[in-house]
Design a protein around this ligand. Structure first.
Ligand code: ZN
Ligand code: ZN
Length: 659
């Protein structure tokens, strides 16, 4: 029999076998039209198949072959199989969703121009000794898979090392993939590469029009794009002659997709490099603990850039104990005085607060009633516009009640500070200063973020208030003072990664200060100035901090010293998800492996969300192989359970968040 395996866009963890129309050969990567139930759909041939478990009477024939040449290179088909396997995700969804929309139908590739001829080689910067050492190590491994962890403090010139390595790769006629965590970082990164190499850069991210995405994808497929800069989905582009992958800000949680196909673009990029036989550079000022552990274990080579490339000294950090102080506008009097001083000298100030809205809590002073979401176990955030209350988890909104629903008192008040309230009180305090707020509410308006970033670079904004969007590697050459207003958030969280994320965030924000001309200053407001974590941050000693925290993780068998998989289930009533997870837990009993611990089912940290009750079952193991074997038994249990019809579930391998 002449059979092929086809990936089709259905949520099933399998490929489908089809008969070839004539005794033709169809190469992997070719699109075909196939019958599927009562309809027809476009699928991708993944390979030949020797035999099938489907009865010959039920075997169906391919209806049409859409491509004369494979759309996907064969190595990409292998890669998709590996990724789908690892994440236990339906292969058809992995393959088909990686394609631009037009190609999911049978449309042909559009004609595109080749960018290789536009290449320039503008002069490189002079490297310091550490940068030279790093570059030398990378260049020594250009024709093979090798993973480098480039740890460089902010301003240490990591990008210059990337650029000089990229120059050599382009000389070999091979392409380069650069992954950044956020779409907002692509213009700035593109600018650096274009000014060095000319108009040879192609961007790829979800905010591009379908036409532009198709064009970019086609350029890569035809090997007409020397440099690709993109967010996580760019890792699935159809490269065949790839010479280097760079993952900038590799610690950033945005590299992990949090819904649907929950892959880590960083981890997937490392496998891709391995399959294509090229080196990969993970760059960060604050590497993820997983990456540091990999370096320690000898899997990655650690390259350290300990100094700023320019002569600017690192910022001076001051911890402000605000436990006993009366704050004005959410700020300590000393900090306010410092800001006034900087503004007087026409210098830039950044205030970081990771809470958007006007106030995170709305409370009755009489009976202590708190405004909470009717659909989530969460407080409602107060927004000043039309005095509305909004849930950040399910977007529920209502107008502020005129009286307390419990005691009818009118003494209702906002408690705490969000970005909007801070903006309001700073405007009142410093009426002369130009001020801008950057959070996901403000940046929803198209072009707003770019506009503010440009104005900040041009020194047209003096006071910048923002959330973590500001921590993401943007360059602010005129910034002198950075204040972190709520450093205590991560100290007492139930999430074992909270301290790691908080440390990365704080060091990244602090790194924005004093980048070009002068040393900067950093103020951290805290109620716990003696906390060892904040002491280490105060000394800007990320290495010491990671060492302590990694020891703690090792003692508790937490990642990177064990591997996790989280099964989440949720439904309109609390009994269904519990029943489904218990069914899985019982179903696994015959296959229990001593190296795998099964914990739960337990309620999720936020039990009720969007009107659904969330429960989870956690699988933990020191052996990845054993864990994946168990997961192989889990998915059929979940898929075939009658409970799964009324309960939604998802499987998250290497979860970044335990919600
Ligand atoms: Zn009340
Ligand atoms: Zn809600």
């Amino acid at each position: 029999m002449n059979l092929v395996k086809v990936a089709v866009p259905v949520p099933l963890r399998q490929q489908f076998d089809y008969l070839l129309p004539e005794k033709k050969y169809i190469a992997p990567g070719v699109r075909v039209k196939v019958p599927l139930g009562r309809r027809q759909t476009i699928g991708i041939v993944m390979g030949q198949c020797e035999k099938t478990t489907i009865a010959s009477s039920r075997l169906k024939e391919i209806v049409a072959v859409c491509d004369s040449e494979p759309l996907l290179p064969a190595c990409l088909c292998d890669f998709f199989e590996k990724v789908a396997d690892y994440y236990h995700h339906p292969i058809g969804e992995v393959v088909l969703t990686s394609l631009p929309r037009a190609l999911r139908q049978a449309k042909p590739l559009p004609p595109v121009s080749c960018l290789w001829a536009n290449r320039q080689n503008n002069p490189a910067l002079v490297l310091n000794t550490k940068q030279q050492d790093a570059l030398k190590a990378i260049l020594a491994c250009l024709d093979q898979f090798y993973c480098f962890l480039l740890q460089g403090v902010t301003g240490s010139g990591k990008t210059e090392v990337y650029l000089q390595a990229v120059a050599k790769v382009l000389d070999q006629g091979k392409a380069v993939l650069v992954l950044v965590p956020e779409i907002s970082l692509t213009p700035q990164t593109k600018e650096r590469f274009v000014s060095r190499f000319g108009d040879v850069v192609v961007c790829y991210h979800s905010q591009m029009t379908p036409k532009k995405r198709l064009e970019a994808w086609t350029r890569v497929r035809q090997q007409k794009a020397p440099i690709v800069i993109g967010t996580r989905s760019a890792v699935f582009m159809p490269f065949s002659q790839l010479g280097l992958i760079v993952i900038d800000e590799e610690h950033d949680p945005s590299f992990k997709q949090q819904e649907g196909f929950r892959y880590s673009a960083r981890d997937v990029a490392v496998w891709r490099a391995k399959l294509l036989g090229c080196p990969v550079i993970l760059g960060s000022a604050t590497p993820a603990f997983e990456s540091l552990a990999n370096a320690k274990a000898g899997k990655y080579q650690l390259l350290v850039l300990p100094e700023r490339a320019t002569q600017v000294k690192p910022p001076e950090v001051t911890l402000l104990d605000v436990g006993q102080q009366k704050l004005k506008a959410g700020l300590s009097p000393l900090l306010l005085a410092q800001i006034a001083l900087r503004l007087e000298k026409k210098e830039q100030v950044l205030l970081f607060i990771n809470r958007r809205g006007y106030a995170p809590t709305y409370m009755c002073l009489n009976c202590h009633w708190l405004a909470t979401c009717p659909r989530c176990d969460a407080r409602l955030t107060l927004y000043s516009e039309q005095s509305t209350l909004v849930c950040h988890y399910c977007l529920f909104r209502c107008s502020c009640p005129p009286r307390c629903p419990t005691c009818q008192s009118t003494a209702l008040q906002p408690v705490g500070y969000g970005t909007q309230r801070l903006e309001e009180s700073l405007k009142a305090h410093f009426p002369q200063a130009t001020l801008a707020r950057i959070d996901s509410d403000a940046t929803r308006k198209k072009g707003y973020l770019e506009e503010i970033l440009t104005k900040t670079k041009d020194n047209e904004i003096q006071l910048l208030i923002g959330t973590q969007i500001l921590a993401k590697g943007h360059h602010f050459p005129h910034l002198r003072l950075v204040a972190i207003l709520d450093a205590d958030g991560g100290l007492f969280s139930a999430d074992f990664r909270a301290v790691e994320k908080m440390a990365q965030l704080i060091i990244q924000v602090a790194g924005r200060a004093g980048r070009v001309h002068q040393a900067g200053e950093v103020f951290i407001q805290t109620s716990h100035p003696a906390h060892p974590f904040l002491r280490a941050l105060f000394k800007q000693d990320y290495a010491k901090l990671t060492e302590t925290l990694l020891d703690e993780r090792a003692r508790c068998h937490l990642p990177p010293f064990s591997h996790l998989a989280l099964i989440r289930a949720y439904a309109k009533t609390a009994d269904l998800p519990q029943k489904l997870l218990l069914h899985v837990q019982k179903g696994l009993a015959p296959y229990l492996h001593e190296a795998v611990k099964i914990l739960g089912p337990v309620p999720a940290p936020m039990l009720k969300r969007q009107g659904y009750y969330h429960f989870q079952l956690l699988l933990q193991s020191s052996s990845r192989r054993a864990l994946h074997q168990m997961l192989g038994y889990c998915t059929p249990l979940l898929e075939k359970s009658t409970l799964a019809r009324r309960t939604r579930w998802s499987l998250d391998i290497d979860p970044q968040e335990m919600f």
